[in-house]
Design a protein around this ligand. Structure first.
Ligand code: 3PG
Ligand code: MG
Length: 373
């Protein structure tokens, strides 16, 4: 946050012609049995790659994939990514998985030294990994003239701008399973938004704090007090908590409960009344931020809440931002992704940027020798 320097962009690099550029990308794409499910994180890096290639630079990309244990593991080899990258951007080399070396995650200076060897310039376009103070993210800017790529710069502009100057009403819809991982972002958003709707399994901890029984639904008892703090706090009128829930009980019977969910029943989606209450304000929103599915949308029996919210976000005339891998996957599944203004490539990174206003990878770039003052 501090310092007098601002984020260096591609234009702030010395002339890249004939130079060897190390590009940190986040090619940590979803895969099933060695095949890429969604290549958004690869296509999203193409504008930066093209910018560099058009100016005569030779580009070598690097990324992590999955969470191997600091040693080579064929399950996480980069080959499928390299193949796809070669189709999309011929001539770009791709190093092996950065996390095959324990020095990546431990931010070992020796590993960073070896990584930048032979390169003239560094570009970070790995927004999704910029909340990690890992060697390839924070090391190179101290060693080479460096810049934020187009994707990184765009993510920072959009997500940063969201809290600075949103068109109102500003409505946020949060979902996903763990309320514990969203507390910081709720805290950061509650003062800025006009309405904050909470679905997904994280709503059950809020419902418990409201005094309802939640049956066998997922809850985080340690966080009930924090949820109660928001429900009783000065911004309580902004919070929208589900009033009905689709739950599954014995013999896979499915029912909608209003209020209490009996023992033996597990809530798996927001109910129809809640869905209506969530999507009504979206229709007139000036800005929408959506993060996290409303229920277990992978199962068609529990996808309704997520589908309806996704459609309402897509239909909105306001500025729409969707963050987080699961909500992005839901959008793609329902064929709505192209109708969103900004689908963030970051999960944890987007939440941390909203929460803290900065990321280790951004701070490192601002310290680069070529960063504008
Ligand atoms: C992600 O997919 O969240 C990023 O690529 C970062 O990966 P990580 O959570 O394993 O650090
Ligand atoms: Mg992650």
């Amino acid at each position: 946050m501090s310092g007098r320097q601002t984020l260096p962009l591609l234009e702030d690099l010395p002339d890249p012609s004939g130079k060897r550029v190390l590009l940190r990308a986040d090619f940590n794409v979803p895969m099933t049995e060695g095949r890429i499910d969604d290549d958004l994180r690869i296509t999203a890096a193409l504008p930066t790659i093209r910018w560099l290639q058009e100016r005569g630079a030779s580009v070598t990309a690097c990324s992590h994939l999955g969470r191997p244990n600091g040693q080579p593991d064929p399950t996480y080899a980069m080959d499928p990514i390299r193949e796809r990258l070669d189709e999309l951007a011929p001539g770009v080399e791709l190093l092996e998985n950065l996390r095959f070396d324990a020095g990546e995650q431990s931010n070992d200076p020796g590993f960073a030294d070896r990584l930048v060897e032979g390169f003239d310039l560094y570009v970070n376009d790995a927004f999704g990994a910029s909340h990690r103070a890992h060697a390839s993210v924070v090391g190179p800017p101290a060693r080479l003239p460096s810049a934020a790529g187009r994707l990184l710069a765009k993510e920072v502009e959009v997500l940063g701008g969201l809290l600075d100057r949103p068109h109102r009403p500003f409505v946020a819809v949060l979902g996903g399973s763990k309320v514990s991982s969203k507390m910081g972002v709720i805290e950061a958003l509650i003062d800025k938004v006009d309405l904050l709707a909470i679905g997904g399994a994280m709503c059950f901890t809020f419902m418990m704090a409201q005094g309802f029984s939640v049956g066998d639904s997922l809850v985080e008892p340690d966080w009930v007090d924090s949820c109660r703090g928001f429900l009783d706090g000065p911004s309580q009128a902004k919070l929208l908590i589900p009033t009905d829930i689709v739950a599954m009980g014995p013999a896979e019977e499915i029912r909608v409960f209003h209020g209490d969910i009996p023992a033996g029943w597990k809530g798996l989606d927001i109910g129809p009344a809640s869905t209506l209450a969530f999507i009504a304000p979206l229709e007139h929103a000036g800005t929408i931020l959506w993060n996290g599915p409303m229920g277990m949308f992978e199962d068609v029996r529990f996808q309704e809440g997520t589908v309806d919210v996704a459609e309402a976000v897509a239909d909105s005339h306001g500025f729409t931002v969707v963050a987080g891998g699961d909500s992005a996957a839901a959008l793609a599944k329902f064929g709505l992704d192209l109708r969103i203004d900004h689908v963030s490539t970051g999960g944890g990174a987007s939440l941390e940027l909203l929460e803290k206003g900065d990321l280790p990878g951004l701070a490192a770039l601002r310290e680069a020798s070529n960063a504008p003052r």
